[in-house]
Design a protein around this ligand. Structure first.
Ligand SMILES: [Zn+2]
Length: 96
């Protein structure tokens, strides 16, 4: 039995897995993005001409290391830490 976050990540027990190939991304409460492939590029031009931010604003995409599926995306300033996304469920433990 698994729980899904938009069909992209599956929670199996306490670990998150790729929703396509099942790659184990580690404990849901421990920063799964560190186990994903990360691609960064400047936001300037990332979505076409309307996106004209400076080169210091990045679009980060997090990909499954096994199948390459995009698991998440975020915007960030250069050298800023990853957004700490956490999936809270009744079975995963952890606090609010
Ligand atoms: Zn995968």
């Amino acid at each position: 039995m698994s729980e899904s976050a938009a069909g992209t990540l599956d929670l199996r027990g306490t670990n998150l897995h790729c929703g396509r190939c099942g790659y184990d991304l580690g404990p849901a409460a421990a920063g799964w993005k560190n186990r994903a492939l990360v691609r960064e590029r400047p936001m300037a031009g990332a979505g076409g001409a309307p996106y004209s931010s400076g080169a210091h604003v990045l679009l980060r995409t997090f990909l499954c290391p096994s199948c390459g599926r995009q698991l998440a995306a975020e915007t960030a300033m250069k050298d800023a830490p990853f957004l700490d996304d956490r999936l809270h469920t009744g079975s995963a433990g952890g606090g609010p």
